[in-house]
Design a protein around this ligand. Structure first.
Ligand code: LRH
Ligand code: MN
Ligand code: MN
Length: 424
């Protein structure tokens, strides 16, 4: 399935009068419209290979059909997204779900679609059929050396796959922890985990980063060995300058102030990147911006302020990734919506009147500070985001084109109705 360029142009033509009206209005309202458009055009969000099929829950799974059956088809799906929005030019792989059997072929296919390889993910939270030792009681934290060694070896293998593909980072998420009080010696679990991470760190190429992803709960529900940003930062600090904390928005207890965490990690030079998603209860992995769009904006507000203060390039300074799961929506539609939500929040954060905000903060004018933030958040910037896409060769309305061109129907015809993508 391919969407021809002229088709996108035809759709853009049909939508151009309405877009022009909206764009003329917003460019009159916003001071730095041109600069925002340039920044939006440079910003790319990586799509997780495991979010291209139906996720389901432990109660059931309702596949929609036409799901990618191989790594090649996953890359092709992301190629479709990128063609429509010009902002999804990267993929994040999970090993062993996505073993590249022929790396140079996979690399060439990705390049053909304008896609690069973002962080590689290791998996020591599931037992694989050919695996010698079980991860039932953890991986790097395990009381038995041979289990820890198996997890270390797996991570090094993932680095090697990433090297072949041109990736430059490894995300380590461990489900390690305990289900009941007394099950673990916390200090020993931490120290085993740290020394395992140190061995993996030592195997990183010099220009690579390691992201230590934390999560407060699930699958362990009493303790988690990398349970919050404090623990992740502790590991990352002890590991060294190539290690950073990764923030997955769904990995916190309810109501945690994530934007403050982001601000302080950035200040310390230890923020590595994101797994964007949204949640109402736990690690729901819902569409970005679907539940708490103001929180997403506040996070981007800290990102823009903090990255500018450190002179970081917005597009390349951090790892921008989605980590979502789809139970009832078409995964590709959902991902288009997620990328759009990220772009909207980023554009709004770029609009914040920093001088006014600082003045309000310096004079303890709390109401004025809130006004500055909400002025940006309540501005409809969708036409700015659409203009950036248009100039980059994408669609004014990616979801509209996806539906009008009947992409899912074509994929079902090509791949069949009973498809199961590898992943969660
Ligand atoms: C854990 C997690 C982590 C995994 C992915 C599949 O909840 O967020 O990033 O690699 O889900
Ligand atoms: Mn994640
Ligand atoms: Mn998660």
């Amino acid at each position: 399935m391919e969407i021809e360029k002229y088709k996108i142009e035809e759709h853009n033509q049909a939508a151009s009068a309405a877009h022009k009206r909206a764009f003329d209005y917003i460019s009159g309202e916003v001071k730095n419209a041109q600069a925002i458009i340039d920044k939006l055009a440079a910003f790319q969000v990586a799509i997780p290979s495991w979010a291209l099929g139906t996720g389901g829950t432990r109660f059931g799974r309702f596949p929609g059909g036409g799901e990618p059956r191989s790594l090649e088809e996953k890359i092709e799906d992301i190629g479709l997204l990128h063609k429509l929005n010009q902002s999804s030019g990267a993929i994040s792989l999970h090993i062993p779900w996505d073993i590249p059997k022929n790396a140079s072929h996979i690399k060439a296919l990705a390049a053909q679609h304008g896609i690069r390889f973002d962080a590689m993910n290791s998996n020591t939270f599931q037992d694989q059929p050919d695996q010698q030792h079980s991860y039932k009681f953890g991986s790097l934290q395990h009381v038995k050396k041979e289990v820890r060694q198996q997890a270390i070896d797996h991570n090094i293998e993932v680095i090697n796959y990433g090297r072949e593909l041109g990736s430059d980072s490894l995300t380590v998420w461990l489900s390690d922890g305990s289900c009941f009080p007394g099950q673990l010696n916390f200090r020993q679990a931490f120290q085993h985990t740290l020394s395992g991470l140190q061995e993996i760190y030592a195997a990183l190429p010099s220009d690579w980063k390691m992201f230590v992803e934390y999560k407060a709960f699930e699958p362990n529900f009493y303790s988690t060995t990398v349970g919050d940003w404090g623990q992740s930062l502790l590991y990352a600090s002890k590991l060294g300058p190539k290690a950073y904390t990764l923030v997955d928005l769904g990995h916190h207890h309810p109501n945690v102030n994530i934007e403050q965490i982001v601000s302080l990690l950035l200040m310390e030079g230890k923020l590595g990147g994101f797994h964007f998603n949204d949640s109402k209860y736990g690690d729901d992995d819902l569409t970005v911006g679907a539940i708490k769009p103001y929180q997403l904006f506040l996070i981007f507000n800290e990102l823009v302020e903090g990255m500018d203060a450190r002179g970081m390039d917005h597009a390349t300074g951090l790892g921008w990734m989605i980590d979502a799961s789809h139970n009832v929506k078409d995964p590709l539609e959902d991902l288009l919506q997620s990328v759009e939500a990220i772009m909207i929040s980023y554009a709004q954060a770029l609009m914040v009147d920093r001088k006014k905000l600082q003045e309000a903060q310096e004079s303890n004018d709390v109401a004025a500070a809130q006004e500055v933030l909400q002025q940006a958040f309540r501005t409809d910037v969708r036409a700015l985001v659409a203009e950036a896409r248009l100039r980059a060769g994408g669609a004014l309305n990616p979801l509209g084109v996806y539906r009008a061109e009947k992409v899912r129907e074509h994929l079902i015809k090509e791949r069949g109705l009973k498809t199961v993508a590898t992943g969660l």
